[in-house]
Design a protein around this ligand. Structure first.
Ligand SMILES: [Ca+2]
Ligand SMILES: [Ca+2]
Ligand SMILES: [Ca+2]
Ligand SMILES: [Ca+2]
Length: 286
């Protein structure tokens, strides 16, 4: 992958136990990997916010969220809605996600896709976001025909990458409010920004790929009570074509504005993980 050879020096991983907020069962959740520039942050099973703990009794009866509707991908804004019901970060869609608006993204439609010539673009995702006073939540349902886990770094295997700018200044260089989170199908995550943060939640293998359901602390993000954050998401698809690297990397949104010329030096391009001008936005809808 020409432009996707991440070279930030701050990556080292340790396994921590699975973190679930208010989960009733841990059987399907998997361990998270926390990477943090030598700090080796440990993920606590009870870290972070505490949404209502009881699993909704209607969880099993509500397998589908609302299909992709309002927010326009072209302007790169994902809407997040206030959580109104119980939420269990177990990788399963429950009723509360019915209130959210899911947005589809297929890697084949990426405005910035880097892929091996042999890659057949099959990966896709749909995502939604909720929030409360303390946290921002994401449900990301990834479809991928083949899950490959053969690399040390999470972003070199099947994974998604979240880029979040807590202050929404989107000024280019990564600062302490800017976060690059890589969350892998193999059940690990890495926080690779200058100010690594923890996250809670689960990664759940499915028949067609994997589900990610996570919560991020708004203070940890440097977002406070901000209602607009910088945001982007990318898919890494490894289908085993490219040795230990990925076969394809595709971002959801590509701004039309100028990129930061110095931010991704040596990377052969500009990417959300090294240049916050490459972000869209996350709107916390009142
Ligand atoms: Ca859930
Ligand atoms: Ca694939
Ligand atoms: Ca920022
Ligand atoms: Ca794959």
């Amino acid at each position: 992958m020409g432009g996707h050879a991440h070279t930030l020096s701050m990556r080292f991983a340790m396994l921590a136990s699975a973190a679930v907020v208010g989960a009733c069962s841990f059987d399907t959740s998997v361990a998270f990997e926390s990477a943090s520039g030598g700090n080796n942050d440990t993920l606590s099973t009870d870290a972070g916010p505490a949404p209502d703990s009881a699993e909704s009794s209607v969880a099993d009866a509500a397998p589908q969220g609302t299909a992709d509707a309002a927010p326009s991908v072209s302007d790169g804004t994902l809407q997040s809605f206030r959580r109104t019901q119980e939420l269990t970060l177990d990788g399963e869609l429950e009723a509360v996600w019915q209130a959210a608006t899911f947005v589809d993204f297929a890697i084949a439609d990426s405005p910035q896709l880097e892929a091996l010539g042999s890659y057949i673009p099959d990966a896709s995702l749909r995502m939604a976001s909720l929030y409360d006073d303390d946290s921002i939540y994401f449900f990301i349902e990834v479809v991928d025909d083949l899950l490959v886990d053969n690399s040390v770094s999470t972003y070199n295997d099947d994974s998604i990458e979240l880029s979040i700018d807590g202050q929404n200044d989107r000024s280019g260089p990564y600062n302490d409010d800017d976060h690059w989170l890589v969350i892998g199908a193999e059940g690990v995550y890495a926080s690779l920004g200058p100010a690594p943060i923890g996250l809670v939640g689960s990664i759940l293998p499915t028949a067609t790929g994997y589900n990610i359901e996570i919560g991020l602390d708004r203070e940890d993000l440097g977002a406070g009570n901000n209602s607009m954050l910088g945001f982007n998401i990318a898919i890494n698809d490894d289908d085993g074509e490219g040795n230990t690297g990925i076969d394809a990397y595709g971002v959801w949104h590509l701004p039309l504005t100028d990129s930061c010329t110095s931010c991704c030096a040596g990377q052969g391009g500009s990417y959300p993980w090294c240049d916050t001008t490459r972000l869209g936005q996350l709107q916390l809808v009142p």
